[in-house]
Design a protein around this ligand. Structure first.
Ligand code: AMP
Ligand code: GLY
Length: 429
């Protein structure tokens, strides 16, 4: 079987790495891929959001399954375009992917299906939005409706800050993406990331993960795409997982199916574990990055049959068998530490040379996933992105996984790189 992976981040390297290990997979292709994925299978230099070129590529490669990693091509309708050509695609339709690409759409669906989330208002009129702020108490949560590269959520501590933010967003801070905004109630609690593999009807729940969004140790400094992750996250107890299934995931999946936009692929539920139960912070239409790295590393079995059934249907009947094949019950504690480029999440330089990746990969149960890397003209690995590597390890327990991941980080020779040193602190404390 031939599988095409769409994307070029640490998430997609982890997917390619895991999928290549499957006994039923002969070849993995990547578009556009990265130097880590290049070592797994051929990479094609095509923009995943260019639907015309993507259709040409897919007709040429003729994969048995296409796995779409990032949100932008999903929001651009890549799954629909490739399905219309007769291909099996793991990834939601453009319509269903609005769960991520429009916060207002997502909030309205949650309201309709009575899924617990923060109270909200949606606004296209500046005066109305400012008036609404007056009726609220601090802190204020202001969200751009559309995709804003992970920067579209701002939490303001004072009314003045909130007014300034609302005005900035509604006058073009994120272009069209913030012409409409959502203003939300602030939720107090601990966050976790839940991933559900689904064909629109059945659902397989992967172990809960936790991400570390702030750039600095102790959860300080600005937000990032995620500086590290671990799984399983003990904050999501078996009882909490049951509540998340019953109150959030099941109503969303059945509601969307009834409303003729069945959700296929992986549903990412960002949950806040509050004193009054789990509430949705956001939905994403894809795996989290770096949460995907720890999930792929920790699953001992084969995930490909499950991805295939999600794309083609019939998950309800195959559920137990697919969970066994994946080795869900034997999931190994896993941690990923992101090595980022000096200056991230602000400006950073490109082109510094990274050594030691092979040394890190040689350590027991350590795998280095590439994210923002490229090769220079001598074939040396260089940094070209903000989040550059995801050093991922498994262990008998979380402590061992974390220690192994940091041993991997310490084997990397890259003076311009930095990491948080406290990944998984909430679980280890
Ligand atoms: P999002 O992009 O929606 O995940 O938001 C980014 C981060 O902002 C989340 O991970 C939360 O830490 C925080 N956040 C978003 N919405 C809320 C809310 N209503 N209450 C508290 N924190 C929130
Ligand atoms: N790690 C958070 C995200 O992928 O959105």
């Amino acid at each position: 079987m031939k599988i095409l992976i769409v994307g070029s981040g640490g998430r997609e390297h982890a997917l390619a790495w895991k999928i290549k290990q499957s006994e039923i997979v002969d070849e993995v292709f990547c578009v556009p891929g990265n130097p880590g994925m290049d070592a797994i299978g051929p990479c094609f230099d095509v923009d995943p959001c260019d639907l015309h070129k993507m259709q040409e590529l897919v007709l040429q490669v003729s994969p048995d399954l296409i796995v779409v990693g990032p949100e932008a091509p999903l929001a651009a309708g890549l799954s629909d375009a490739l399905r219309a050509r007769g291909f099996d695609v793991f990834g939601p339709s453009e319509k269903a992917a609005q769960l991520e690409s429009s916060k207002a759409f997502s909030k309205d669906l949650m309201a309709k299906y009575e899924v617990p989330t923060a109270a909200y208002g949606r606004f296209t009129d500046l005066t109305e939005a400012l008036n609404h702020l007056e009726t609220m108490e601090a802190p204020y949560v202001i969200k751009a409706d559309g995709l804003a590269a992970g920067k579209g959520v701002v939490i303001c501590q004072t009314l003045e800050e909130a007014e300034n933010e609302v005005e900035a967003m509604m006058t073009g801070k994120f272009g069209d993406a913030s012409a409409e905004i959502v203003i939300e109630e602030f939720m107090e609690g601990e966050e976790a990331s839940i991933f559900v593999l689904t064909d629109g009807e059945g659902a397989i729940y992967l172990p809960a993960a936790q991400d570390h969004k702030r750039v600095g140790d102790g959860d300080t400094g600005p937000n990032t795409g995620g500086m590290g992750a671990y799984a399983p996250a003990p904050v999501v107890t078996p009882r909490m997982m049951e509540l998340i299934q019953a109150l959030i995931v099941e109503p969303m999946l059945s509601g969307m199916a009834e409303d003729e936009m069945p959700y296929q692929g992986v549903l990412y539920v960002g949950v806040m574990i509050t004193a009054s139960g789990p509430k949705v912070v956001e939905f994403n239409a894809r795996f989290g990055d770096p949460e995907c790295q720890v999930l792929m590393a920790g699953l001992p079995g084969d995930i490909v049959p499950a991805l295939l059934v999600c794309a083609t249907g019939g998950l309800v009947h195959a559920h137990a068998e697919l969970s066994n094949m994946m080795g869900l019950r034997e999931f190994q504690p896993s941690a990923c530490v992101v090595v980022a480029n000096e200056g991230y999440p602000g400006d950073y330089a490109k082109g510094s040379i990274i050594g030691g990746i092979a040394d890190a990969n040689a350590l027991e149960d350590v795998t280095v996933f590439h994210a923002g890397t490229d090769k220079d003209s001598d074939g040396k690995i260089i940094a070209v992105g903000g989040r550059v590597l995801g050093v991922t390890a498994t262990g008998e327990n979380l402590r061992e996984a974390v220690d192994r991941a940091y041993a991997g980080v310490d084997a990397i020779d890259w003076p311009q790189g930095f990491s948080r040193r406290d990944i998984a602190w909430r679980a280890l404390k």
